[in-house]
Ligand binder design. Structure first.
Ligand SMILES: Cc1ncc(COP(=O)(O)O)c(C=O)c1O
Length: 426
């Protein structure tokens, strides 16, 4: 922790009305006076989800079901970023600059604790894309080597592996997705059969952003480890949504973004690097202002960074912890269950996401009958409902991704709107 705030202060910050209240921001006093910031988030084991929602700026009439894309940050996090940014410009004295250089270590400790690994093995990146690319650019791979990927991985994974494969002469092979999700066993078996003596890396996605398929991450990592293959688990859709325990999953690399499900500031992210691969992992960048501990001393020299955002990332992790990541996952799952159930009852709607709760979490994709997804998206926005459209022939349609700031009302009105569009046309 930095000199000015210890861990208890951080916790207090988020239970008593946020960073700004503690720091005396006039805007925060106004909001606190309105009573919204001081409402406790929990009563014993019960979370007050309305109080959670009130920590966000989202107006009540807007239903934002788009967590898989970009999440809003709570007001406290926004104020934290603006307070520190303002102070850096108003009072950029060496002691404050030095304090801000140190905030990476606070955030590293908080993120590491959240993912249940040691801070020495955590790098603070700008996002999942950068983290994935650090992996594909940081391993010694060449002619004769093979990288195994999953066809539904994000381009920051698949496009990067393919382009670097062309450049450095290694081969990339792909395990194709199957829809609907054919089950965990199917994929463990499919990846096992695709491994060859030349396979060096297995790169897959914990929860896909396309169909919302959940992957058996721990089993796949174990299988790869037994075969001497390095694993990259893309956690962009699981970090901040699921109660991820990396000590149990035991990947070699795990990547995530703060601005998705964790609701942290934009352009902050994480890369976990297992100690057993650190001697084979080259830095992608060399510059000043490296981290001050562990792997970050060699691998996090990125020059001047947005330290106010990095500090706020840590504070957001405290906020998640004050609610409980398990409770957040359970809440998001319940909201997604309601969406799957409601959408499943609309004649003509086809769910790309599995109806089996064991094979999904809170990313729900569907084809809205024969309607054009882009027009559906526009109609939803006109009603104050935010989603994502996936045009195209490959499981095209609409994606709802509800999160802990949503209510069942948000999901119900979104499902009702889809039913109406399908019945009446657009
Ligand atoms: C699975 C997955 N990986 C990586 C990314 C890239 O995330 P970012 O834009 O935060 O780098 C995304 C974005 O949607 C994603 O869904």
């Amino acid at each position: 922790m930095s000199a000015s705030l210890d861990r208890r202060d951080f916790a207090r910050l988020f239970t008593l009305g946020g960073a700004a209240a503690l720091l005396g921001h006039p805007g925060a006093r106004h909001l606190a006076a309105a009573g919204t910031l001081r409402r406790p988030l929990r009563h014993g084991h019960t979370v007050d989800w309305d109080a959670v929602r009130s920590r966000f700026l989202l107006p009540p009439e807007l239903s934002v079901l788009n967590a898989a894309n970009l999440c809003p940050s709570p007001r406290d996090v926004l104020l934290s970023v603006s307070e520190d940014t303002e102070r850096l410009d108003r009072d950029p004295v060496p002691t404050f600059r030095d304090e801000m250089h140190g905030v990476k270590e606070d955030t590293r400790a908080l993120v590491a604790g959240h993912l249940k690994v040691a801070p020495e093995n955590v790098l603070i990146t700008r996002n999942t894309s950068e983290a994935n690319n650090w992996v594909s650019g940081g391993l010694d791979l060449g002619a004769g080597d093979e990288v195994l990927i999953f066809s539904d991985n994000h381009p920051s994974n698949n496009q990067a592996w393919k382009a670097k494969g062309e450049r450095f002469g290694y081969t990339v092979r792909e395990v194709p997705q199957v829809n609907p999700h054919p089950g965990m066993e199917y994929y463990v078996d499919a990846f096992r059969r695709a491994l060859t003596p030349r396979t060096r890396v297995l790169a897959f996605t914990h929860l896909t952003n396309t169909a919302g398929d959940l992957f058996p991450a721990a089993e796949l990592c174990r299988m790869a480890r037994d075969a001497g293959v390095v694993t990259l688990v893309d956690g962009a859709q699981s970090f901040g949504l699921m109660d991820v325990d990396l000590s149990e999953m035991d990947p070699d690399f795990y990547s995530g973004s703060a601005h998705k499900w964790p609701c942290g500031p934009k352009e902050t992210g994480v890369l976990y690097v297992n100690p057993r691969v650190q001697d084979r992992f080259w830095p992608s960048l060399y510059s000043a202002y490296t981290g001050r501990s562990g792997l970050a001393r060699t691998h996090e020299g990125m020059g001047q960074r947005d330290e106010p955002a990095i500090r706020a990332f840590g504070r957001e992790i405290v906020f998640l912890g004050s609610i409980g990541q398990g409770a957040i996952e359970a809440r998001s799952r319940e909201l997604a269950d309601a969406a799957v159930e409601g959408l499943g009852q609309i004649p003509g709607v086809h769910l790309w996401t599995s109806t089996d709760p064991a094979l999904r979490v809170a990313v729900v994709s569907f084809r809205p009958a024969e309607l054009d997804p882009r027009r559906v998206l526009e109609a939803l926005e006109a009603e104050g409902i935010v989603a994502t459209a996936r045009p195209g022939d490959d499981r095209g349609g609409i994606r709802f991704s509800p999160h802990f700031y949503n209510s069942f009302h948000d999901v119900e009105r979104a499902v009702e709107a889809i039913g109406r569009y399908v019945r009446q046309g657009l």
